[in-house]
Design a protein around this ligand. Structure first.
Ligand code: FAD
Ligand code: KPC
Length: 525
């Protein structure tokens, strides 16, 4: 360790993680003064096997893997760090806000009891949490640069926009770079609301929220959208004490595959005071004399509606940032703007690959990283095939909602003998039960039992195989990312019941399976 540190210390380009953090902060504040940040091995005369345009999760993981396979890569990003939007304005702030939502719901549920302060009538600051994130995000950025340079040997040009010249050539920081292949990893950007007033101050999306929020939102917040980001941020705003109105064009959280699970999650949102209007369109945003949002006009199934609010959050999805590649290379894109690729991640243009959010749904980290790696392997001559399917999924309300496989309704449409294990059980007399109970839901289980979560396992009674798993609570997504692999391999109730649980466990599936696995004819529980 010491030797390595000394050796690196004598390298004039070596920066500690703290030095990286300072450099990144300076570059974010004054990009032109800091200028391009290069890590290119001057002595290496080999041509690049690939240039990754965009150094987010897709470009960074692709770069690392190509390098690990013995190839030579270059990654270019206009930001002064590698890692892209996830740590800068997407997943990481989302998780911070969702953690605040969970903590604040707990604080409000136990307000003035036990050790909890009295939260009656209290709003907490949204801006303070945003500012906290802005101060905290450079640490992870610095680790990404340090790890990429010192541990993964990635070559990069950062703080410099890339311009595609042709299928083998890119210009950045005043230099022209050539490679055997290009990998487009440009990511996606928020779809903007197409309505008058959407440019007013106080109208935010996930990116502007963390970059430009300069005043504390008032008591009312309008959220436009009904998918993951809309709900995740809407629940956070609600938990801070704001009255949140969600304008949802179609159905809220349509992506949750199981009906009971979706209903439980939405019931708890409503219980926290969120107003959810489905079938609603925001038709205009009205400003005050200073150009700040003051009111939202919406068309709803109950007629037109005006909502007074000085803060609007729009979450209408993301659009792949494909235009530069279409203009420079003519790569084929689909109706959503996603670059079309085959299972080797090849675009319609020879030697040009595309990865990550740029190739469309699912716009998730696992796909960004995996597609980057698969493109690298293809470029290095491996016969690969990647098409995401059957992935586990999750989102946050004030809870974590995780799922994999089929929901009960889908399972009943495809299988004749569907068996359900769930907790809490159906309870016609309405008594709230303190189960499920586990980490981070114990207080609810004892004092607010109906808030302690929901879980359901969907089985095929004939083959005894697990078809789907669904969970509202905390901590299950960690298990689901592994459980999904077992389910894809044909996991049965008997195998699940044979596992050793770490009791009290966020999912009760092992013990529920063990209780039922003795039956030759499986029964619901
Ligand atoms: P990006 O990370 O966006 O990278 C693209 C890079 O290209 C950027 O760094 C950009 O600077 C660079 N670039 C663009 N144009 C140029 C140019 N001309 N020259 C040089 N560089 C350029 N996924 C999860 O799995 N879990 C989550 O919890 C989660 N939360 C999310 C929350 C929100 C609010 C959002 C919006 C998304 C979330 N996602 C989450 C999705 C996840 O963030 C993306 O799937 C992932 O970051 C995509 O990685 P990428 O490399 O394709 O794109
Ligand atoms: C918090 C964290 O892991 C940083 S976000 C990851 C960026 S990357 O490793 O390039 O996918």
């Amino acid at each position: 360790m010491v030797d390595q540190f000394v050796a690196k210390g004598s390298d004039p380009s070596f920066l500690t993680i703290e030095q990286w953090a300072r450099k990144i902060e300076e570059a974010l504040e004054k990009p032109n003064i800091v200028g391009p940040i290069r890590n290119i091995r001057d002595g290496d005369r080999r041509e690049f096997d690939a240039i990754f345009i965009g150094g987010g999760a897709a470009g960074r993981f692709g770069s690392a893997y190509l390098r690990a396979l013995g190839g030579r890569q270059l990654v270019i990003d206009r930001w002064p760090f590698l890692g892209g939007s996830c740590p800068h304005n997407a997943c990481v702030p989302h998780h911070l806000f969702s953690e605040c939502a969970a903590e604040l719901m707990l604080a409000r549920a136990f307000s003035g009891t036990l050790w909890f302060p009295d939260m009656t009538g209290r709003t907490t600051s949204i801006k303070e949490v945003v500012d906290l994130f802005r101060r905290g995000r450079t640490g992870p950025h610095a680790v990404m640069n340090y790890q990429s340079k010192e541990q993964l040997d990635i070559e990069f040009v950062l703080n410099a926009s890339a311009r595609i010249l042709d299928a083998h050539t890119v210009e950045a920081a005043g230099e022209v770079f050539r490679a055997r292949a290009l990998v487009l990893a440009l990511g996606a950007e928020p779809v903007r609301l197409d309505a008058p007033g959407s440019e007013l101050d106080g109208v935010h999306d996930y990116a502007t929220l963390v970059e430009t929020l300069d005043r504390e939102p008032g008591d009312a917040v309008v959220v436009i959208g009904g998918g993951k980001t809309a709900v995740e941020y809407g629940c956070f705003f609600n938990a801070t004490g704001r009255h949140v109105v969600m304008l949802v064009r179609s159905r809220l959280l349509d992506l949750i595959r199981d009906g009971d699970t979706r209903a439980y999650a939405i019931d708890r949102m409503r219980e926290q005071g969120m107003e959810i209007i489905e079938g609603a369109t925001a038709s205009a945003i009205i400003g005050d004399a200073s150009g700040h949002v003051a009111r939202v006009v919406a068309e709803t199934p109950a007629g037109p509606l005006q909502i007074d609010a000085d803060f609007v959050f729009q979450a209408l999805g993301e659009r792949p940032r494909s235009r530069p590649a279409v203009e420079a290379l003519g790569v084929a894109v689909d109706d959503s703007g996603a670059v079309v690729v085959d299972e080797q991640l090849r675009t319609s243009v020879a030697d040009v690959y595309a990865v990550g959010d740029l190739i469309g749904a699912p716009m998730e980290m696992f796909k960004a990283r995996k597609s980057g790696v698969y493109a690298a392997r293809a470029i290095m001559g491996e016969k690969v095939s990647y098409r995401p399917s059957d992935w586990p999924d999750f989102l946050h309300t004030h809870y974590e909602v995780s799922w994999l496989g089929l929901g009960e309704e889908e399972a009943r449409a495809r299988f004749l003998n569907v068996v359900i294990l769930k907790m809490p059980p159906d309870n016609p007399n309405g008594l709230a039960i303190g189960l499920p109970a586990s980490d981070r839901t114990m207080l609810y289980a004892m004092a607010r039992p109906h808030m302690s979560g929901f879980q359901k396992l969907v089985l095929d009674g004939d083959t005894r195989r697990v078809l789907g798993a669904h969970h509202v609570g905390y901590g299950a997504k960690d298990a689901f990312q592994y459980l999904n692999v077992l389910v894809q391999r044909g996991l049965t109730i008997d195998e699940l019941g044979e596992m050793d649980e770490l009791f009290l466990n966020p999912t009760h599936f092992i013990q529920l399976s063990r209780l039922r696995a003795g039956h030759r004819e499986l029964r619901n529980l």
